[in-house]
Structures are given as structure tokens and as C-alpha cells.
Ligand binder design. Structure first.
Ligand SMILES: [Zn+2]
Length: 97
């Protein structure tokens, strides 16, 4: 699960019906006739909804980026594997630089 993608998908899905609304202009021309212009944005709303669903599915399928394991090094005295942050070897007590 990838929370960022899921949130993005939900937002896009919520935005798609708004985009799908008709954009309408009404005005009277110089002769007094009502002129109505409608821009059908419905296809864009559908496209956005499809994109939103794809993003949602990707968010569910793609796993969150796995954390890289902490880098390790070897104790110079006993040769055991230590974490990079260790200041002393927990096995032999050697102080590490
Ligand atoms: Zn050691």
C-alpha cells in the first residue's frame, strides 16, 4: 500500500464530478436574443475518474518503499558484524572510531 497514491486517487476521484459539470455561458446578443453556449466537460470528468481509479489501484498494489537495512561493518578485533552507529563492539567491547 502506498498512502500518498491512495490519497491522490481519492482527491482525483472527488474532483472528477466537478470537472464533469457543464460549463455554461448565457448572454444576450445585440438583437436581444438569448445565446447559450455549453461546453460539455463530461468526457474530461470520465477521463479524470479513470485516472483516479488507476492511481488508486496503483496505490493499493505498489508497496511502500522498503526501508534500506542499516549499513553494517565488521569489528576490527573480533570480526563480527556491527551496525554503523555502534560506538563499542557489543561482542568484545572494542571501541570503534
Ligand atoms: Zn568486536
Amino acid at each position: 500500500m502506498n498512502r500518498g497514491l491512495i490519497i491522490l486517487g481519492v482527491l482525483l476521484l472527488m474532483a472528477s464530478p466537478i470537472v464533469a459539470l457543464y460549463y455554461r455561458i448565457e448572454y444576450y446578443d445585440i438583437f436581444g436574443n438569448l445565446v447559450r453556449i455549453e461546453y460539455p466537460l463530461l468526457p474530461y470528468g470520465f477521463v479524470l475518474a479513470i485516472v483516479a481509479i488507476i492511481v488508486l489501484v496503483l496505490g493499493l498494489v505498489i508497496p511502500k518503499k522498503v526501508e534500506t537495512p542499516p549499513t553494517t561493518r565488521l569489528c576490527p578485533q573480533c570480526g563480527r558484524m556491527l551496525t554503523e552507529e555502534a560506538r563499542f563492539c557489543p561482542y568484545c567491547g572494542k571501541e570503534l572510531g
